[in-house]
Structure formats: structure tokens, C-alpha cells
Design a protein around this ligand. Structure first.
Ligand code: NAD
Length: 429
């Protein structure tokens, strides 16, 4: 039986944390061993990219307290930034008091783009493509028998005319392709390449680009949460008290800023991506694809805005929603190759890409809540500073017990700077 609540996890030494994690998840420490043996060995790395000379490691921590669609889930989060994992875990605790995250995904449909140039009459070519759509789709269905067997494959063809471009008008075909549990880039790129000669024959044009679009706006994930009003009230470490209403209204006011102002929205969405990317990286997925999709989606109406929405329900509880493209897979790419990614997927016990998408978008919403709550109350720096101070201390050369000593003094002095860290180091020595 899995629980995502592990009391005192933070205080355990790292070696014991893995055992507690195994107990809580119903897995064995061996299942989770890649988290502590650095997962990717040199041989594998050499197979994955060109000119490999080594690997690069990042911390992997566990987001606690998450309940997504009624299921307890432990979240593997790979990230170099302090406070993110603590923030997500704390917010997940507040959200679980309101029933946890409710998340959904649309069908895993990706878009493949085929650019057709040198067409004499775009309207006639579009008409011909429309007439031959059934044949083209039938052809597309033969391309990936594995996907077809799994219930995926070609779904539709959309014809677009780009009227105004630096090289004049041209035609674009969108192949809508259900990629099931894959991220789908390779699958869809292959399908677009195979269809290209048929499209040239029908249109008399020249097919140029054949590639998926990372604006995966047909493959969306959405998370909703409710935080009971009484869970929002708190007293900060410097003794300031905030009522539930103050915190709730402060969060809604902070969101309104992001909803209207792209300068703020960029930072607001970056906070969401702190959580999303941490899961995406842990599972060996393509975080550049997720980033590109998220930000393009945030600008889909012509003005860049917040990916999330905050408000209140009729009882005055805080409500949040996050919707974004979610092209993540549990097969293909590095997901089935990287030992740490495989352990991460095992830990979350996800059986479909949709389930992974639902968890990932929930973590994004939790992270957004953590940032808004901090910004709207005590400010982001207080929570951030103690961990940040440790990084500054390490960068200044502190080791072992020195790290906490130097960090604590900098925080007390409110001077978390490399020069101060070096001075404190010298005075200790
Ligand atoms: P893939 O080609 O490795 O695997 C997908 C294939 O696995 C499918 O075509 C299918 O034949 C098979 N399969 C078996 N079981 C399946 C199941 N349950 N569901 C779906 N397919 C199943 O992987 P991919 O997801 O097509 O490609 C992902 C990789 O492509 C990532 O590494 C990404 O970085 C890379 N990529 C991204 C871009 C981009 O985002 N612009 C461009 C090119 C490549």
C-alpha cells in the first residue's frame, strides 16, 4: 500500500530516506537503487549522444503528500534549485486537505506539420487534398503497425494556407496522430516523411519541412485543486499572522497580475515549470519540448499570459486550475533507457502516458501555489534563503559541518553573498 506522507523524511540521513521511500511505495530498495548509484553509466551515455565524454548529475528529491485523482503518489523531482521540492510538498499537503488534485488529459494526439511549397494554385491544391483525405489517412494507418494495434495512429488531416510569409503564401498540412504512450516525436516525424511523396503527387508542389509541432494543443493536461480556507491561515517565522482570507485574496491578486502582464506571466509560468520540468527530467522525457509547448500555449491568443487560473468557490475556499500541453511518454526516447527514469516511473506507478501527464500537471499547479503563497505573504526570499545560503557556502569552498555554520550566519546577518561566505570561512578557520 503506497502512501505519499512520510513523516520526518527531511530529517533522515539520505541512506535511510531510500529505505523509507521503498517502504512507503511498496517497492524494494533495489528498485530505487538507480537514484543513488547515479543511474546512467558511461556505456549507456555513449549510446545516447554523440561525442559523449561523461555524464552530468543533478539532485533528485521526493515531492511528498501528493494525492492525484484519489491516488497517493510519490513524486521524483530532479532539480538544482532549492525550495522547489519543499514548496511542492507543502502545497500538496494543503491540497490533500481539500481532496487532492483532480487531473485529466485529452487524447494523446500530436500534430505533425508538412510544409508544401511551389504550388501554383493553393485553393485547388487544398481541394484536391480534401478529396484524397481518406486515401491519405488510410496510407498513414499502415506506417506504424505497433501504434495501430495499440489503438493509436492517424486520426485526421487538416489543411492550412499560410497567406503571409517572408516567401509568400504556402500550404501546410497537419497530420493529427494519436501516439498513445509515447512522446511521439519520432513516430510522427516518420509518418510525415512517409506521406510526403503522396502529398507532392496530389498537390504538384514540393514538400519541404516534415516535423511535429511542439505546440501540442490537442494533447492537454489539466489539474484542479481546492485549498480549504482554514488551511491557508498561518504565522510566518518572523511573527506575522495571515488569515485564510488574506492569503487567498493575496494569491488571487498575484495571479491577476500574471493574467494581464507578460512580464509577470513569464515568471509566474517559470514557477509552474519548476515543478513540471522536475518530473519531466526525472522520467527521461524531453523538457525542451514541454517548455516550448507550454510557452507557445500561454501565448495562443496573441498575448502571453498565465497558464493557471486562481479564484474561490462559493464557500470561500481557494481554487486553482492549470491547463497546458503535456507531450510526455513512458516508452520511447530516454524513458526506457535511462535507469533513473525507469525507477522514477516505477516509483509513481504510472501505467500510461496520460497518468504521467496528470501527475506532472498537478505538480506544476502545486509549485505555482507555493510561489504565489510565498510572494503574496512573507516574500519569496525568506523560504529560499536558507537553502540558497548553503549553495553559496559550498560555492565559497565550505565543506561538511562548515556549510551549515557559514549558511546560518549569512542568513542571520541577511548577507547571503559569496564575499561574506568567504569572510566567514576565514574567521572559522
Ligand atoms: P520512439 O520512436 O522511441 O517510440 C515510439 C514508438 O514505440 C511508436 O512509434 C510505437 O511503434 C512504439 N510503441 C510501443 N509501445 C507503445 C505504446 N504503448 N504507445 C506508443 N507507442 C508504442 O519515441 P517517440 O516518443 O516517438 O520519440 C521521442 C523522442 O523524440 C524524444 O527523445 C525526443 O527528444 C525526440 N525528438 C523530439 C523532437 C521535438 O520535440 N521537436 C524532434 C525530434 C525528436
Amino acid at each position: 500500500m503506497t502512501t505519499s506522507r512520510i513523516a520526518g523524511f527531511y530529517d533522515l540521513p539520505m541512506s535511510q530516506r531510500l529505505n523509507r521511500l521503498a517502504e512507503a511505495s511498496g517497492l524494494t530498495p533495489t528498485d530505487l537503487a538507480p537514484f543513488q548509484t547515479l543511474g546512467l553509466d558511461l556505456l549507456l551515455a555513449d549510446h545516447m549522444v554523440e561525442n559523449a565524454v561523461g555524464t552530468y548529475n543533478l539532485p533528485l528529491g521526493i515531492g511528498l503528500n501528493f494525492v492525484v485523482n484519489g491516488r497517493e503518489v510519490l513524486i521524483p523531482m530532479t532539480i538544482e534549485e532549492p525550495s522547489v521540492i519543499a514548496g511542492a510538498s507543502f502545497m500538496a499537503k494543503l491540497v490533500r486537505a481539500g481532496g487532492g488534485f483532480i487531473a485529466t488529459t485529452t487524447e494523446p494526439e500530436m500534430i505533425g506539420q508538412i510544409q508544401v511549397l511551389d504550388i501554383e494554385d493553393l485553393l485547388i491544391a487544398s481541394m484536391k487534398l480534401g478529396e484524397q483525405k481518406a486515401e491519405l489517412l488510410a496510407e498513414a494507418k499502415t506506417i506504424d503497425p505497433v501504434l495501430e494495434k495499440l489503438g493509436g495512429g492517424a486520426r485526421d488531416l487538416e489543411i492550412r494556407i499560410i497567406e503571409d510569409s517572408p516567401i509568400g503564401p504556402f500550404l501546410v498540412l497537419h497530420l493529427i496522430y494519436d501516439v498513445r504512450d509515447a512522446m511521439g516525436a519520432n513516430a510522427i516525424n516518420t509518418a510525415c516523411e512517409k506521406l510526403a511523396p503522396h502529398i507532392e503527387r496530389i498537390t504538384g508542389g514540393r514538400v519541404h519541412l516534415r516535423i511535429l509541432s511542439n505546440l501540442a494543443d490537442r494533447r492537454l493536461a489539466k489539474a484542479n485543486c481546492t485549498v480549504p480556507l482554514n488551511k491557508l491561515a498561518f504565522t510566518s517565522k518572523d511573527g506575522r499572522s495571515f488569515t485564510g482570507e488574506q492569503v487567498r485574496d493575496g494569491i488571487i491578486e498575484a495571479w491577476a497580475f500574471a493574467a494581464e502582464d507578460p512580464y509577470r506571466a513569464a515568471t509566474h509560468n517559470k514557477g509552474i515549470m519548476n515543478g513540471v520540468d522536475a518530473v519531466v527530467i526525472s522520467t527521461g522525457n524531453d523538457w525542451r519540448a514541454i517548455e516550448a509547448g507550454a510557452h507557445a500555449y500561454a501565448a495562443r491568443n496573441g498575448r502571453y499570459t498565465s497558464l493557471s487560473t486562481w479564484g474561490m468557490d462559493e464557500d470561500g475556499n481557494l481554487t486553482g486550475e492549470l491547463e497546458m500541453p503535456m507531450a510526455v511518454g513512458i516508452i520511447g526516447g530516454a524513458t526506457k533507457v535511462h535507469p533513473t527514469a525507469k525507477a522514477a516511473i516505477k516509483l509513481m506507478n504510472v501505467k500510461t502516458a496520460s497518468e504521467l501527464g496528470e501527475i506532472t500537471v498537478s505538480v506544476g499547479l502545486a509549485q505555482n501555489l507555493a510561489a504565489l503563497r510565498a510572494l503574496a505573504t512573507e516574500g519569496i526570499q525568506r523560504g529560499h534563503m536558507s537553502l540558497h545560503a548553503r549553495q553559496v557556502a559550498i560555492a565559497a569552498g565550505a565543506t561538511g559541518a562548515q556549510i551549515d555554520k557559514v549558511a546560518t550566519q549569512m542568513v542571520v546577518e541577511k548577507k547571503v553573498r559569496p564575499d561574506r561566505a568567504e569572510q566567514i570561512m576565514k574567521s572559522i578557520q
